[in-house]
Design a protein around this ligand. Structure first.
Ligand SMILES: Nc1ncnc2c1ncn2[C@@H]1O[C@H](COP(=O)(O)OP(=O)(O)OP(=O)(O)O)[C@@H](O)[C@H]1O
Length: 467
């Protein structure tokens, strides 16, 4: 095998470097063949190229027309893309659905013809981006070529002195992230994800969204960032689950948003639902339950850890109460804690907020209401677009949540609406939106269709499409 590989590379390296367009060169290309390799079946040749790796495979395409045609075989480049750190299914989803920007392209029957050799080489050249997922509690940031976010900080909604104007807070926030990442703002594009806020379809909510959006863009352009994409968290979470339409449910720090999205666009006209239960309430409720049992603990961090390690959502709350559900967990520095029914009572407040003294709809009721509105709005010929529910946010990682939601939705909705409903667990846990942004930032066409440059921002030509 090694002699064959050496021979291929020799062929590639010995090739004289005549001008590609010259007539002599073209004549030689037309006459050339695979030579000694012609006897090998094509699959074997593709396998050899696969072993050579993308760089050397690309070099062999310089040997002659026949090698060039062999090297451009999609199977070869698909296998190279499959070896990347991002899952192949996500790369394929992004390149087929997101490469032309927002609103996303929809292909009812045929997926467009893609050349994977050019997708591979374009992806290798994309500049990448700094990604900031500005959650309502934490912000996660990191370089798009990293496997996961590299740091966390307070989010811009709560950053700095909240009395100071938004513009000054944003500047302080972005400057802090750039300094923690140790990069200069002018060196790469940025993708900023923003939690759903001012979610109504009223004129004043629109004006507030526009104001925030303009403040983010103008702050970043003042800092000389070359290209900016500000996009909402809910849409990114949907992309991370390889969907462009569906209901994105983010259980955030303070509240939970239920966002209908069709072809990548938030359907504010249909209605975004918000409930007042978030991660903070769950931690607070578990603390109360532990205090009622006279359990002593030093900090809220201990309660949060126990919530993350021991809590789950019961499939049937009343049946669970009759079971022995005792389990223990050792919190470093604090010792071992034993929880029993608190383990599923904590998550139960998502469905029965009154248990925690909160007057708001249960999560299942809010999602069912949103589905009802989507169904009634008749926005699309395909009436199944809203039947996939994608969960995101740390709290959505509670085991059993997706199954319980599916069960409750089937109980609440008429069979015609309920049939086909699927609740998807957060594909990347609390970092789901960050991974959605990563999909965009590594696209072969990035930053083009997704970002605005300073000049475009001044002219605001495509501005409204990006929110
Ligand atoms: N496995 C888990 N089970 C339960 N809760 C979890 C788990 N993992 C993380 N959490 C909780 O999720 C919360 C943080 O969630 P997240 O990072 O999604 O918040 P955020 O991004 O600030 O919120 P938002 O979505 O509003 O922007 C914390 O309270 C944490 O305890």
């Amino acid at each position: 095998m090694s002699t064959i590989l050496r021979k291929i590379v020799e062929l590639a390296s010995n090739r004289p470097s005549s001008a590609p367009g010259s007539s002599r060169n073209r004549a030689r290309l037309a006459q050339s063949s695979l030579g000694a390799f012609e006897r090998l079946p094509e699959d074997v040749l593709v396998q050899i190229l696969r072993l050579l790796g993308p760089k050397d495979a690309m070099k062999t395409s310089l040997v002659c027309k026949s090698w060039k045609s062999l090297v451009s075989d999609d199977r070869l480049w698909i296998s190279f893309l499959q070896n990347q750190s991002q899952p192949w299914e996500s790369i394929f989803f992004a390149e087929t659905n997101l490469r032309f920007g927002c609103p996303v392209q929809t292909f009812s029957s045929e997926v467009p013809e893609l050349s994977f050799i050019s997708i591979y080489s374009q992806r290798a050249q994309v500049p990448g981006a700094l990604i900031i997922d500005g959650g309502s509690g934490y912000c996660k940031f990191g370089w798009s070529k990293y496997d996961c976010p590299s740091g966390r900080s307070a989010t811009f909604l709560e950053f700095g002195n909240i009395e100071s104007p938004m513009h000054a807070r944003l500047r302080h926030f972005f400057a802090t992230i750039y300094s923690r990442m140790q990069v200069r703002p002018s060196t790469q594009p940025i993708v900023v994800s923003i939690p759903i806020c001012h979610y109504d379809d009223t004129e004043s909510a629109k004006a507030s969204r526009r104001q925030l959006k303009e403040a983010i863009y103008s702050t970043l352009f003042e800092m000389n960032v070359p290209a900016v994409c500000a996009i909402n968290q809910a849409t990114l979470s949907l992309y991370a689950a390889r969907r462009t339409s569906g209901i994105s449910v983010n259980i955030g720090f303070q509240s939970t948003s239920i966002v209908p999205i069709l072809h990548g666009k938030v359907m504010r006209k249909v209605g975004v639902e918000v409930t007042g239960i978030g991660a903070l309430k769950l931690t607070g409720f578990l603390r109360e339950l532990m205090q009622q049992k006279n359990m002593s603990f030093e900090s809220l961090y201990t309660v949060r850890t126990l919530k993350e390690k021991l809590c789950y959502v019961a499939a049937d709350y009343n049946a669970e109460l009759r079971k022995n559900t005792e389990a223990s967990y050792e919190v470093s520095g604090e010792g071992s804690f034993i929880l029993s029914k608190e383990r599923f009572q904590t998550g139960e407040i998502l469905f029965q907020p009154r248990m925690a003294g909160v007057r708001t709809m249960g999560l299942h009721q809010a999602i069912a209401l949103c589905m009802d509105h989507c169904h009634a709005a008749e926005l699309n010929a395909d009436d199944t677009w809203f039947k996939t529910v994608v969960l995101s946010g740390g709290t959505a990682c509670l085991p059993g949540l997706a199954e319980r939601l599916e069960k409750e939705l089937h109980g609440l909705l008429p069979p015609s609406v309920a049939s086909g409903i699927r609740v998807v667990t957060p594909p990347y846990g609390a970092d789901t939106a960050w991974f959605g942004a990563k999909l965009i930032s590594n696209l072969s066409t990035f930053p083009g269709p997704w970002c605005l440059t300073k000049k475009q921002f001044r002219h605001k030509s495509r501005f409204n499409l990006l929110w």
